[in-house]
Design a protein around this ligand. Structure first.
Ligand SMILES: NC(=O)c1ccc[n+]([C@@H]2O[C@H](COP(=O)([O-])OP(=O)(O)OC[C@H]3O[C@@H](n4cnc5c(N)ncnc54)[C@H](O)[C@@H]3O)[C@@H](O)[C@H]2O)c1
Length: 326
């Protein structure tokens, strides 16, 4: 098979690319390395089954050529990371919506000429916004904050992607799976755009304080990228999954402070933990989500999904990779 992985030079995309190549498939990666990096693909760079197209997906011609002859598309390219989004809301909106439109136009054209190319859309738990329910299922309301707070532009732009995809399913019966990722972590994730685990591990390794935002009582669930990639692949080979949305991640919450303590314990017991206000970390307009826990019933029923990797093992895995590359 030949797959297109957009954002294949990024954290999750590079793991998905490696997985397909290891199974003997051909992979076309399109990435402008805005937040990804060539080194993410170093293990597979010489694989003859890898075609790398370096460039922005905002180019219709490039997107059309990348889609030619592929059997499925995995769309992961996007502007990612709370810090990046707070700083560059215009770019976030543009990067998250326009490439999806171009991809859908091309896949719709192929569909109408009788060629069905299934699409996986990487969406996000951020689409639930600050829904106050303790556990979120796929039919829950999207509860965004004010448009004066740029953070919500990420979830809102991904929600538009979902609407665009679901419109193609409804109007044309196209085969599309939407996965809402919840805090995916693991080797190669960059801490440069606000991602918490790589930031904590790097700080502990360097003997710097781990900076916890606000009171550290925000709750998140962290899933290993290998578990997430495996779920994506299985969903795309499950016919009943087409046209549906799935939460993908772990459903075991931990507070950010507790995670900082675990990182200190595992990586460097001499490292300290300090607290920082959101205004210091981002800006006065920043608004956070206190608790983010997925209901995994739907994905369990569809593919028997169960996250396998415990948080301490994930921390060790991230640490090992950082030691290797530092
Ligand atoms: N990591 C998570 O916890 C998480 C959570 C929810 C959703 N997601 C979604 O998963 C996907 C992958 O995220 P990631 O964590 O691997 O981030 P990442 O930043 O490592 O990957 C995104 C990749 O897309 C590329 N890219 C961005 N805009 C592009 C464009 N216009 N043209 C070409 N390439 C472009 C970047 O260079 C990068 O390599 C994203 O769609 C993201 O919204 C991730």
């Amino acid at each position: 098979m030949r797959f297109l992985v957009t954002g294949g030079g990024g954290f999750i995309g590079s793991h998905l690319t490696e997985r397909f190549l290891s199974e003997g498939h051909e992979v076309v990666v399109i990435d402008d390395f805005s937040t990804g990096a060539r080194r993410n693909l170093e293990r597979v760079a010489s694989n003859p089954n890898l075609v790398l197209i370096q460039g922005d997906m905002g180019d219709a011609d490039r997107v059309r050529k990348a889609c030619l002859g592929v059997d499925a598309v995995y769309h992961l390219a996007a502007a990612v990371g709370v810090a990046l989004i707070a700083k560059q809301p215009t770019e976030t909106i543009h990067r998250n919506i326009y490439p999806t439109q171009l991809l859908l136009e091309e896949l719709r054209r192929q569909h109408q000429s009788g060629r069905e190319v299934p699409l996986f859309l990487a969406s996000t738990s951020e689409v639930y916004g600050k829904n106050p329910k303790p556990i979120w299922n796929e039919n829950d309301d999207l509860v965004f904050g004010a448009t004066t707070k740029p953070r919500w532009s990420y979830g809102a732009s991904k929600a538009i992607d979902e609407f665009l995809c679901l419109a193609c399913v409804r109007e044309l019966g196209m085969k599309i799976v939407i996965g809402r990722f919840f805090n995916v972590v693991g080797p190669r994730q960059s801490g440069a755009y606000g991602m918490v685990l790589p930031r904590f591990v790097a700080a502990a390794m360097q003997g710097r304080p781990l900076m916890v935002h606000d009171d550290g009582q925000q709750e998140r669930c962290f899933a290993h990228v290998a578990d997430v990639v495996s779920a994506v692949v299985r969903l795309m080979s499950t016919p009943e999954a087409f046209g549906k949305i799935y939460n993908i991640g772990s459903d075991k919450p931990i507070s950010i402070l507790e995670m900082a303590k675990r990182v200190v314990q595992i990586v460097n017991p001499d490292a300290s933990i300090e607290f920082q206000s959101y205004a210091q970390a981002y800006d006065e307009d920043f608004e956070d989500i206190r608790r983010r826990v997925p209901d995994l019933t739907r994905i369990r029923n569809a593919i028997g999904y169960e996250p396998t990797c415990a948080l301490d093992d994930i921390i060790r895995d991230v640490w090992k990779e950082m030691k290797r590359t530092s």
